[in-house]
Design a protein around this ligand. Sequence first.
Ligand SMILES: [Zn+2]
Length: 279
Amino acid sequence: MIPITDNHIHLDRRGKGIAAAKEFANAGGTHLILVSKPPWTVGVRVKEPDGFKPVFEETIDIAREINLSDIGVTVFTVLGVHPAEITRLTDQVGLKRAEELMIRGLEIAGRFVSENEAIAIKTGRPHYMVSDSIWDASNRIMAYGMELAREAGCAVQLHTETAETSVIADLAAIARKSGLPPEKVVKHYAPPMVQAFKREGIFPGVLAGKGAIETALSEGSRFMMETDYIDDPKRPGAVLGPKTVPRRTKQLIERFGEEVFWKVHKENPEQVYGIEITV
Ligand SMILES: [Zn+2]
């Protein structure tokens, strides 16, 4: 049996929650990298320095419940602060305080990694146009997230603007400056530019939409697959569903063989996150 890993998924108890993990398992999925949801999507308004803590605890709790169940899926958690948070928080409390709160959120995420409750820190910078001051603050926050990852000896998952070649190089440079090897950086929501990422050392989490994985495979097998399923009851069809990665993998095995998918679903995540993927 081949392991099948979704590199970036969210679960929400007000959405499908655990049932989505069951759908994933029934389609042949074995491992989930579960990423904490932005606080505003789970009804949390971060006002205090510890404001992110309950959001992370909820992610850990969902992971634990699945891991202890008989669903047959192993869940690893990634905790962190969504870069778009800076716009919301700046509107509420001003930029200086927003930066402090986000830094604090990343520190809490780093602590959970040290306690083996999470495998990576999520950070990044806005994917939309922002003012220079917000852009600069976002870059400081992302670099700090990378420093925390270096200290904790873990990877980061990045949410950023569209990864063009120049962006990939810039992200790798910021990682190196922060003391984090680019090989510990995962670009979430990545286009299938496998070679461009390989040149800079960063690992792409390729969105498993139509045709993307075929394109990625035409360039190599140094990537992971993901859905970014958001489990939002108000937007059920807005994103790829939880069955997408196992379904697509099984279809593509017929054309590309199993070996490349052992790399995609086991060796690559094992290498970048320092975890063990066994079935
Ligand atoms: Zn996401």
